[in-house]
Design a protein around this ligand. Structure first.
Ligand SMILES: *[C@@H]1O[C@H](CO)[C@@H](O)[C@H](O)[C@H]1NC(C)=O
Ligand SMILES: *[C@@H]1O[C@H](CO)[C@@H](O)[C@H](O)[C@H]1NC(C)=O
Ligand SMILES: *[C@@H]1O[C@H](CO)[C@@H](O)[C@H](O)[C@H]1NC(C)=O
Ligand SMILES: *[C@@H]1O[C@H](CO)[C@@H](O)[C@H](O)[C@H]1NC(C)=O
Ligand SMILES: *[C@@H]1O[C@H](CO)[C@@H](O)[C@H](O)[C@H]1NC(C)=O
Ligand SMILES: *[C@@H]1O[C@H](CO)[C@@H](O)[C@H](O)[C@H]1NC(C)=O
Ligand SMILES: *[C@@H]1O[C@H](CO)[C@@H](O)[C@H](O)[C@H]1NC(C)=O
Ligand SMILES: CC(=O)N[C@H]1CO[C@H](CO)[C@@H](O)[C@@H]1O
Length: 639
């Protein structure tokens, strides 16, 4: 308290100013007669008055005070604005932040014609001054109860007409009612910049901007280096940034049109004291004053965690604090340089496992995401999510899309072009994003389309517990071999039926696609020379196909075994050959789908207990159009 009094050097003469306009008029009238004495204690400074060290202006409601001060133990003197009604000396704005006065003897703050507020030292050198582009006949400076110091034509109450206002030149503090952002017409930007230290309000290293690149989002930079960014504004807040959508203290919004873009917050209860600051360490914090304890409490902080460092996990990497290490590649992406990645150098990010081919690509949905940097993006507020998907699909360089506004029932479209960087998983505070993928990289469960196909098939579904029991918990003793996408086990169901279980291995690269392919084709085909699919088992991570068991396994095991091959006499061989041929004929001509197998080999010919051949493994199979007899393929597959 003593310290505060010392710093303020109160010489203020309190007045009986009221908000009543009649009295205000009288007061102004009187001050014109009794020059200097009364006016000095008021909220307004005219061209005949000055403020010297020790004198102050006090806003009409008594909330703010303007005068000379020294921060902490510094000997330097600054002109600034601070809260007047609280016991902790807290500066919210500084005029000459980068040019302190070392000797205020003879120094004055004054309004000069045509409308400039200037701070001069004892030898009349201008230490700091406001700017103006207009001329006023009788300019005055007034400290408003919002904490805004304005320069205007005397008696002009229109805020649009200010010659200058401190709210347009914030230092490290964003007060209620201040605009934070940019005027596209004038090019002027209101942003925050940190103090150098608690004892030096000079322009520090950190700055905080509302960035319109792509779609409005906020960024914290050190100099010009981007340290931390929010996701784009999503109608209710900045995606992935702390902020309480519903709180009892203030409301906030983003105003964004072709003329201007700004964020501002307004108090719900005018007697609450709250401020947003960018502190000298680059941390964005909201502080709220508590009368009972006579102290500031930290209400919100955009404290950076390891995932907030810009581009922490590189392109197509995703940062998740819950994981160790925190960086991972998006599903179906792999580290660009595995060795670097393994050594926790994530800067080069990840690359696709399967290249896009544009024509057949699809999208994978990811949830709880702090959306990627919008540096290369575009938006359209008037399209639906489905239209958004189509727009993205049609443009081969569109890498992802998302809802623009999640506040009004999810609308609008945000599209990303180029690599996706700075993705973070933020449970509860994130959004959905759809990422472009090669069709073969699209997961089983991810796309709705697949779900539909699954339903259409009406494939019997087995319980994981049933299969687990049938195969003695997938014991190695029950393993028959390795199929196209994972191990195959023999099992016996409770009713005695023998089955073969193909289990999709989690490490299999192409596995999921082959799995999908197999289900689509096999389930729709029925022929005595095709292996019969009994059902599937899809539970959590587990994906399995259940077939009828083939007692004599695959043809290669007999054919290439010297002893066994001798048991295959010519009639048996002929029976097998004809069976395979009939199976193929069915696939190529008679089946509904017209299918080419593309991976026909002896290991894919299974034999039942009567040595009847059955074609299996449709992981590579491809279908033709109705009566097409020829097709071109651009990819070599199978063996
Ligand atoms: C401040 O300036 C005045 C007049 O210019 C001078 O008399 C005084 O000694 C100075 N004070 C200090 C501390 O330098
Ligand atoms: C006023 O500022 C000018 C320019 O910085 C400087 O040369 C002069 O010494 C200052 N005068 C006082 C009294 O500090
Ligand atoms: C406004 O805030 C003050 C101080 O916290 C409190 O005493 C008062 O009850 C609040 N008024 C309303 C209407 O909430
Ligand atoms: C947004 O989408 C609508 C509907 O497709 C279209 O008419 C309009 O031109 C688009 N706006 C922009 C800026 O692309
Ligand atoms: C795809 O979008 C980008 C970025 O908007 C644009 O430059 C490009 O012309 C578009 N390409 C096509 C084929 O529409
Ligand atoms: C099949 O071929 C005939 C003639 O070649 C053509 O007219 C017909 O449209 C084709 N049907 C399908 C389903 O492609
Ligand atoms: C296959 O490619 C050849 C050569 O490019 C072309 O002449 C032929 O029409 C193509 N056939 C089909 C069915 O696309
Ligand atoms: C060649 C061969 O292994 N044939 C066997 C096929 O399966 C039946 C029934 O399990 C056996 O009896 C055959 O020996």
């Amino acid at each position: 308290m003593d310290n505060i009094e010392f710093q303020r050097k109160h010489h203020t003469i309190e007045t009986m100013r009221t908000s009543n306009e009649y009295f205000t008029f009288l007061l102004v009238f009187m001050s014109m007669l009794i020059i200097n004495q009364f006016s000095r204690a008021q909220d307004t400074l005219n061209t005949t008055q000055v403020i010297t060290d020790g004198e102050t202006l006090i806003s009409a409601g008594g909330s703010f005070e303007l005068g000379f001060f020294s921060p902490g133990n510094s000997k330097n003197r600054y002109v600034g604005i601070w809260y007047r009604k609280i016991t902790a000396f807290t500066v919210v704005w500084v005029a000459n932040r980068d040019n302190p006065l070392t000797n205020t003897s003879g120094a004055v703050l004054k309004v000069t014609r045509p409308g400039i507020l200037a701070l001069m030292n004892g030898t009349n050198a201008i230490i700091w001054s406001s700017s103006t582009s207009r001329v006023a006949q009788t300019p005055v400076a007034q400290l408003l109860d919002s904490g805004n110091l304005v320069l205007k034509q005397e008696n002009d109450g229109n805020p649009e007409n200010y010659l200058w206002q401190s709210f347009d030149y914030p230092t490290n503090t964003l007060l209620p009612g201040m605009k934070f952002g940019r005027n596209f017409v004038t090019g002027h930007e209101n942003y925050l910049s940190s103090w150098k230290s608690s004892e030096d309000p000079g322009t520090g290293d950190y700055n905080y901007h509302l960035d319109p690149t792509g779609y409005p989002h906020v960024v914290i930079r050190r100099g010009s280096v981007e340290l931390q960014r929010s996701g784009p504004w999503n109608g209710v807040g900045f995606n992935g940034f702390p902020g309480l959508r519903i709180n009892s203290i203030y409301t906030f919004e983003l105003v964004f049109d072709k003329n201007e873009m700004y964020y501002h917050y307004e108090l719900l209860n005018k007697s609450v004291i709250t401020r947003l600051i960018l502190n000298q360490n680059g941390a964005l914090q909201r502080w709220t004053w508590v009368d009972r304890t006579q102290g500031w409490v930290l209400y919100l902080s955009a404290l950076t965690d390891n995932c907030d460092s810009y581009r922490q996990c590189g392109a197509y990497g995703s940062c998740n604090l819950g994981n160790s290490p925190i960086c991972g590649c998006l599903t179906k992406f792999v580290p660009r340089y595995p060795e670097e990645w393994g050594a926790a150098d994530w800067s080069n990010g990840c690359v696709r496992r399967t290249a896009l081919d544009c024509r057949t690509d699809g999208f994978r949905k990811m949830s709880d995401i702090k959306l990627p940097d919008t540096e290369r993006s575009s938006f359209n507020a008037s399209v639906t999510l489905e239209e958004c998907r189509l727009v993205c699909l049609r443009n081969c360089s569109c890498m992802a899309y998302a809802n623009l506004d999640i506040g009004r029932g999810e609308s609008g479209c945000l599209l990303w072009f180029g690599d996706l960087v700075d993705i973070k998983v933020v449970y509860g505070a994130g959004q959905d994003i759809w990422i472009r993928m090669a069709s073969s990289d699209l997961g089983w469960h991810k796309e709705n389309k697949d779900h539909k196909e699954n339903k259409d098939l009406e494939l019997p579904s087995f319980d994981l517990s049933t299969i687990s029991k049938a195969t003695s918990d997938f014991s190695t003793g029950k393993k028959l071999g390795e199929g196209g996408f994972g191990p195959v086990y023999k099992g016996t169901l409770e009713d005695g039926r023998e089955i073969a279980v193909k289990r999709l291995s989690k490490t299999s690269m192409q596995g999921l696609d082959e799995f999908k392919n197999e289900v689509i084709f096999i389930a729709k085909l029925q022929h005595r020379n095709l292996v019969k699919l009994l059902g599937c088992c899809i539970q959590g991570e587990e994906k399995m196909l259940i077939y009828e068991y083939m007692a004599n396994k695959s043809l290669d095991l007999i054919l290439f075994d010297q002893a066994k091959s001798k048991l295959l006499d010519w009639p048996k061989r002929f029976q097998i050959i004809s069976g395979v041929a009939r199976g193929l004929m069915y696939l190529h001509q008679d089946s509904r789908l017209r299918i080419i197998h593309r991976d026909l080999k002896v290991s894919n010919i299974l034999l039942d207990s009567d040595m009847n051949p059955k074609i299996s493994d449709f992981g590579m199979a491809r279908t033709f159009g109705g009566n097409q007899t020829e097709a071109n393929t651009s990819r070599v597959v199978g063996t």
